[in-house]
Design a protein around this ligand. Sequence first.
Ligand SMILES: Cc1cc2nc3c(=O)[nH]c(=O)nc-3n(C[C@H](O)[C@H](O)[C@H](O)COP(=O)(O)OP(=O)(O)OC[C@H]3O[C@@H](n4cnc5c(N)ncnc54)[C@H](O)[C@@H]3O)c2cc1C
Length: 381
Amino acid sequence: MHDIIIIGGGVIGLSLACELAGEGTKVAVLEKGGIGQESSWAGAGILPPGNPDGARTPEARLRACSHVLWADLSARLREETGIDNGFRRTGGLEVRIGGPVRALEDEVAAWRAEGVTVEPLAGRAVFEREGELHPEVTSAYRLPEMGQVRNPRHLKALAALALLRNVSLMPGTEVHRFELAREKAVAIETSAGRCTAGQFVVAGGAWSGRLLNDIGCPVAVRPLRGQIVLLSMLPTPLSHVVNVGPRYFVPRGDGRVLVGATEEAAGFDKSTTAGGVAGLMDFSLATVPALARATFERCWAGLRPQSADGLPYLGRVPQADNLFVATGHFRAGLQLSPATALLMSQLILGRETRLPLEPYSVTRHAGRRPEFFDQETHSPG
Ligand SMILES: Cc1cc2nc3c(=O)[nH]c(=O)nc-3n(C[C@H](O)[C@H](O)[C@H](O)COP(=O)(O)OP(=O)(O)OC[C@H]3O[C@@H](n4cnc5c(N)ncnc54)[C@H](O)[C@@H]3O)c2cc1C
């Protein structure tokens, strides 16, 4: 029997499996599809900076906790598995084209208040950093500590580390339901039969609500589709991650540039659409005109696990004291995965957690669960 069964082999489930197995526990990861093939594969891998000393909100505290873990984690993965996950601090620009010159002043002030290094850019300074941006950039700032990771490589490295630590990775194994008795999860019913374990963790991304709502656990998670386009062009016209509000460019350093992303409530449909891709192309050429000469490589879509308030659910399920949840990371699951793994392993192993977990509790919406989530959480997967 395993000590701990984790349901979901995305970045959250794999990161937690590595952490727990590193502490000597016997872990299995049950995954209905292929390991690391859903949202975690599809994401852009942008890693915004943070500062544990200046973080004041639950979002900022978790981001900062992760920020300080990424470099060591990446080095450890490279050493132990031989796989380079592509983690780099390339820096990031936030820009606006047209509109008021002072549009980003509040954001600059917020980063400063958090103690994160930020450089406001004006006039020529913008183009000294990124010479191919549209000439009508009206306001911009730079975050030198912004990083990025190559998601597929990171997932491959995590899976390799998990195997080195004797984690049982079980792709093609869907968990259908929990069996509860006397406020404990005693077993799960899966496509491969009934499985028992001492403790269970739901890390099922956008699908998590289905399992949890069935046992009365009030998490509100729905899929929010994101489409991404991959272009390639040498020399690459950008060196920073460039954000324009919710849309962005991620230059990979090998000529490839990711352009993302749409935000669409489309249930569990992962199709790419003509409208989605056209919107991303219009955005690309309006922001970096030189990309008109880039080659269109491919496009894809993934389902972000969106929670009701944008914060993940990290904690124990009230219905069973050996059942835990780590899900709902929305647009930030890659960046928040190291902190999630650390905090959840501390909680599961009964240790003091580096951050208080109350702001992320599964019961935080008790009595005011948003109605509009109901339909999506029960859609077929
Ligand atoms: C287009 C796009 C861009 C993004 N960009 C970024 C970014 O730049 N930075 C960032 O930090 N984040 C980004 N994200 C968000 C990030 O990808 C997610 O927050 C993160 O991947 C969530 O990880 P997860 O492990 O919870 O979910 P997933 O990766 O979806 O993994 C959950 C797994 O659980 C499995 N599962 C579910 N139910 C069951 C069951 N009953 N039985 C067995 N297995 C089950 C699923 O098959 C799936 O493999 C982006 C997402 C998208 C779609």
